[in-house]
Design a protein around this ligand. Structure first.
Ligand SMILES: [Zn+2]
Length: 102
């Protein structure tokens, strides 16, 4: 059973997504990192897990245009580059928070 966020906040000025987990842990994920790690099939090879999207092509003024909860296990993030097919599960978000480069 993975941790679930009790609150998700998009800080547009800082381009950071803040997640407050049930355990009390707070994760802060930069937009461009999240976008580059988009788990959808056009950004990442479903079978090998290999990244297809080149992180260098992610726009600098990236913003979140919308967030849609998917059941109670994920959130779909709509970016201002027109991409909104990435479903970020809680598990994915936790992994990204842990793997995040300092
Ligand atoms: Zn994607």
């Amino acid at each position: 059973m993975s941790d679930t966020p009790t609150n998700i906040r998009a800080h547009q000025g800082e381009q950071t997504l803040e997640l407050i987990w049930d355990s009390g842990v707070v994760s802060r994920l930069p937009y461009r990192y999240l976008r580059a790690e988009c788990p959808c099939a056009s950004c990442r090879n479903e079978w090998t897990g290999e990244r297809i999207l080149d992180p260098e092509t992610v726009r600098a003024d990236l913003m979140i245009e919308g967030m849609e909860p998917i059941g109670n296990y994920a959130v779909r993030i709509g970016w201002n580059d027109g991409h909104s097919s990435g479903l970020y599960t809680w598990e994915t978000l936790q992994r990204l928070a842990q793997d995040r480069p300092a």
